[in-house]
Write a protein that binds this ligand. Structure first.
Ligand SMILES: Cc1cc2nc3c(=O)[nH]c(=O)nc-3n(C[C@H](O)[C@H](O)[C@H](O)COP(=O)(O)O)c2cc1C
Length: 194
C-alpha cells in the first residue's frame, strides 16, 4: 500500500474543501491509502507521518503567506529535518485564497522550500490553464488551473461560506487531479531505499 498524507489548515472551511478534493484524487489510485489530517492534529504528532510515502501540504494564503497554524507546523518539522526522517518522501502543496492571484505563489513556494529542506521530491501540478484559450474566458470557474499556478493548485474562493461551488468546480477538479498525480508519483518513486 502506498500512503499519502495530506496536512492542511483551514480557518473558514474553503481550504478544507480543496484538501478533501486532493484526498479524493489520491484515494482514486489503486493501492493508495490516504490520511487527511488537520494541521492542529499534525504539529504535535509528527511520528504519524513516518510511514507516509508522500506528504501534501495545504494552507489558505493569509497576508501573502501560509497561515499562522501552518507556519507553526512548518517550524515544528525541524525535529524531523534533524533526523532526515522525511528525506526522499514525495511532496506536494496547494493553497486557496480570496483573490485570483492574492500572492498565493508565495505560499506554494514556502511549501516547495520546506520540501527541499526536508530532502523531499516536489511534484508540480503539470496542468495547463484551460481558461486562456478561445473556448473559455480567462478565469472561468469551470476551467482547470484557471489561476495558472504550476507549482501546485492555487485555488480561489469568494468571501462567502465554504460550500459546493465555493471554491468552484474547476478548482475542485484541479485539486482532485493533483491528488491523483502526487499519488501516482509516489508509486513511481517507490518506497524503499536504493
Ligand atoms: C487573515 C486573513 C488574511 C488574508 N490574506 C489574503 C491574501 O493575502 N490574499 C488573498 O487572496 N486572500 C487573503 N485572504 C482571504 C482568504 O485567503 C480566503 O478567505 C480563503 O478562502 C480562506 O481560506 P479558509 O476558509 O480555508 O481559511 C485572507 C483572509 C484572512 C482571514
Amino acid at each position: 500500500m502506498t500512503k499519502v498524507a495530506i496536512i492542511y489548515h483551514s480557518g473558514y472551511g474553503h481550504t478544507k474543501l480543496v484538501a478533501e478534493a486532493v484526498a479524493e484524487g489520491a484515494a482514486s489510485v489503486d493501492g493508495v491509502s490516504v490520511d487527511l489530517v488537520p494541521v492542529e492534529d499534525a504539529t504535535d504528532d509528527l511520528d504519524r507521518f513516518d510511514d507516509a510515502d508522500a506528504i501534501i501540504f495545504g494552507s489558505p494564503t493569509y497576508m501573502g503567506s501560509a497561515s499562522g497554524p501552518m507556519t507553526t507546523f512548518m517550524d515544528a518539522t525541524s525535529k524531523v529535518w534533524a533526523e532526515d526522517r522525511w528525506k526522499d518522501k514525495v511532496a506536494g502543496g496547494f493553497t486557496n485564497s480570496g483573490s485570483m492571484a492574492g500572492d498565493k505563489f508565495v505560499t506554494l513556494q514556502q511549501f516547495a522550500v520546506l520540501a527541499a529542506q526536508q530532502g523531499m521530491i516536489w511534484v508540480p501540478l503539470a496542468m495547463k490553464n484551460e481558461t486562456n484559450g478561445p473556448d473559455m474566458p480567462a478565469g472561468d470557474p469551470k476551467g482547470l488551473n484557471r489561476t495558472g499556478h504550476y507549482f501546485g493548485p492555487g485555488t480561489q474562493s469568494d468571501n462567502a461560506p465554504a460550500e459546493k461551488g465555493n471554491p468552484p468546480e474547476g478548482d475542485i477538479r484541479t485539486a482532485r487531479a493533483y491528488g491523483e498525480r502526487v499519488a501516482k508519483a509516489a508509486i513511481r518513486w517507490g518506497t524503499g531505499p536504493l
